[in-house]
Ligand binder design. Sequence first.
Ligand SMILES: Cc1ncc(COP(=O)(O)O)c(C=O)c1O
Length: 450
Amino acid sequence: MSLWNWLKSLPGPQIKVEPPGPKSREIIKKGEKVLATSTREEFYPAIAKMEGDVIWDVDGNIYIDFFAGVAVLNVGSRNPEVIQAIQTQLNRFIHDAPQDFYDEIQVIAAEKLASVAPGNFSKKVFFANSGAESVECAMKVAQLARKAHWFIAFVPSFHGRTLGSLALTASKKVHRKGYLVYPYVEHVPYSYCYRCPYKLTPDVCDVWCAKIIEEILFEHYIDPNDVAAIFVEPITGEGGYVVPHPKFIPTLRKICDKHGILLVSDEVQMGFGRTGKWWGIQNFDVVPDVMTCAKSIAAGVPLGACVFNAKYDFPYPGAHSSTYGGNALALAAMVKVIEIIEREKLYERARKLGEQGLKKLKDELEDNPIVGDIRGLGLAQGIEIVKDKKTKAFAPDLRDEIIKRCVKKGLLLLPCGKSTIRIAPPLIIREEMYEKGLDIIIDSIKEVSK
Ligand SMILES: Cc1ncc(COP(=O)(O)O)c(C=O)c1O
């Protein structure tokens, strides 16, 4: 069955019992006792099954998927071709010891990933198990390549929760509260034009948000020779789906080139077609030295990867390794995901649907008193909810109320940033489901703003 026939066979949203229904509530109650406190919310239903662009809860309700397992399921949940590729690999082996032995799937997977990565130079790939681990790898690559220990990152950015990646993360205070992190990270504000911390406007700012690194940081307290890398998300993910000024990332590239600093594009959330290009950074015509990937690369099988210019390879064996990094099932899934994205040109689909959707959201919501900013690239879109348009005061309560209403109408989605609604469906989402999902959001915002 073709991808599109498979999707045609799937149902649309259907709410039979108000979510979370009785069976969901039972699971939530038991889960609260045994699962460590994390980021779950009690107003979401307990999930029973996910297929393509729809989700069933344990009470029999069906929802449109607008979160894709947090931007993980770009090719859809349980994509039949991915299942087939995993099954074929299952018949060979599940796990060998991929960083202690060579095997063919690793070579095929690394070649394939490097072939779609930007930059006309040879690349090396380190496979890890998660986004945070690929960020840790990038930190190590940069430290050894540059023989330097400082990193520069942005507020609000998210790069992971391990103590190295957490040191780069600066999106919500609660992520870092109480933890002692890697100390040599300097943060500057991200290019967040809607809330420019310098109170400038994009037409006259001359991207001060990037230039401040040279003109203040490097002039006054960090020698650029001590900086290993600048880590940047091409669009902030957890930090609120903020699209930067078009010159922000190109200016970072220039600063890095001038001083020999490595530019790391964290593509964990924005890579693999989500923003309308293969990689988020390609929207800015910039080639990074290092890329970190995870989430969507293996359609839900845990996998991370750090892809870097081969000249920055680890200088000696043992400098980095991992037991599971490069797990055979995950790599088989990744090879198939790349094939599907290329064959179906899902990045182009994301761009077209995204443009259509953004126009609809702007037409319907631009004048709404609680809608501050509507933004996005491809199928990475954010609607920032505010108390009022003038003060731009954050309105997390209103945002959460909108999300709760969407859930009750058959749409599952997540928040991001302080007060933003995150729209990140699978890139294969049926057009009518995408439109329906947007209608649910629009109706819910209009109800809450009354
Ligand atoms: C940009 C970015 N980097 C890194 C991570 C960390 O990935 P993981 O949760 O797989 O460790 C995330 C997770 O949301 C992310 O969005």
